[in-house]
Design a binder for this molecule. Sequence first.
Ligand code: PMP
Length: 405
Amino acid sequence: MSTSEAWKYLEPKIANIQERIFELEWEPSRRNNFVPYKADGNTAYVFVEGQRLLMMSGYGYIGLNGDPRVVAAAKAAVDEYGTGTPGVRALAGTIPLHEELEREVAKFLGRESALVFSSGYAGNVGVIGALVGAGDTIFLDKLDHASIVDGAQLTGATLTRFRHNDPGHLDRRLEATAPGGTRLVIVDSVYSMDGDIAPLPALREVCDKHNALLMVDEAHALGVIGATGRGIEEHFNYEVKADIKVGTLSKAIPANGGWIVGEKILMDYVKRFARPFLFSAALAPAQVGAALESLRILDREPERVSYTQREAARFRDLVQQAGFNTGDTETAVVPLIVGSNDKAWDFASALQKGGVVGLPVISPAVQPHMARLRIAITAAHSRADIDYAIDSFITAARQTKVLEG
Ligand code: PMP
């Protein structure tokens, strides 16, 4: 079948997405986000079409991607177990490394028990779906990650959104909910597009007042906040606890996969009812090996966390002094908020011409007129890299009228 014949055959069947398909076809090529980046070993640099660029929008917070110890652990896991697992976790897919990783995650995060999933997305969908259903109510912060929103929508529970980082509004939402059924409150520990931190102690108080479970997503908190990178509870000096913590093995931990931790009795229950755990392939051996080694390095080398925290604080100060709007960030995630989508694209293009990658995040992913470059400081960045990036941000921002001067 030729392309035009295939299209004719398909066209009547996809009438209601046709307009969106055409819109995409006409998007200028500079708006293509799916550019392949080739890594440059264990550094903050990448190659794009032969050009070596400083990557300022990566998630590798503690600089472990490509670390020879992590690479060796991944290879050793492949040597021992092969490249795949023979099934889902409940049907021959569990290897000893999965259980070892679960023990390490639980120990590192001070909980009785953990489960690992094939992604952070799957972990959120799995745990939310296991905990609540029709007749229950879920309370989501307005800026919660898409995997939380999707997981919540699949459950059939009533969904309620509360204003971002506003425990008073959550309190009123809980107050207005009829008694009965499980109440599950879910927040991100560190918001991925803004870098601000959830007010855990105040949220805990409101949840306790209304007998609600509190779940936190630590995807951008593990290795990032808390003196030793143990996340939001450590950040608030272990004043209070969350009931369930979830996270990913794809950011500070340079692998793939997701994790959840909590009381053993709850984890055993989730293990039997979380559909992505039961019906999706087990995490591949190389990922488990890499994740285990990375977690052990994070435990042994907390200076990676303090370096990133110190350099991120310095970076925030300097870009704020230069006149950038960085919103409410307190972490290694630093948005440079520029306004319109077009401005963000122009800023990013000018920046890349100067040798630096800062990736645009535009509406609808963020509010209209709040388009930004989402910058993240990592332990792979040297101080010289960060200073070079700041100079490049200022130059590109002046060229594109993001900043005066
Ligand atoms: N939660 C948050 C807050 C995230 O930012 C992400 C990834 N962007 C996820 C969950 C999903 O993690 P994964 O990429 O491992 O599926």
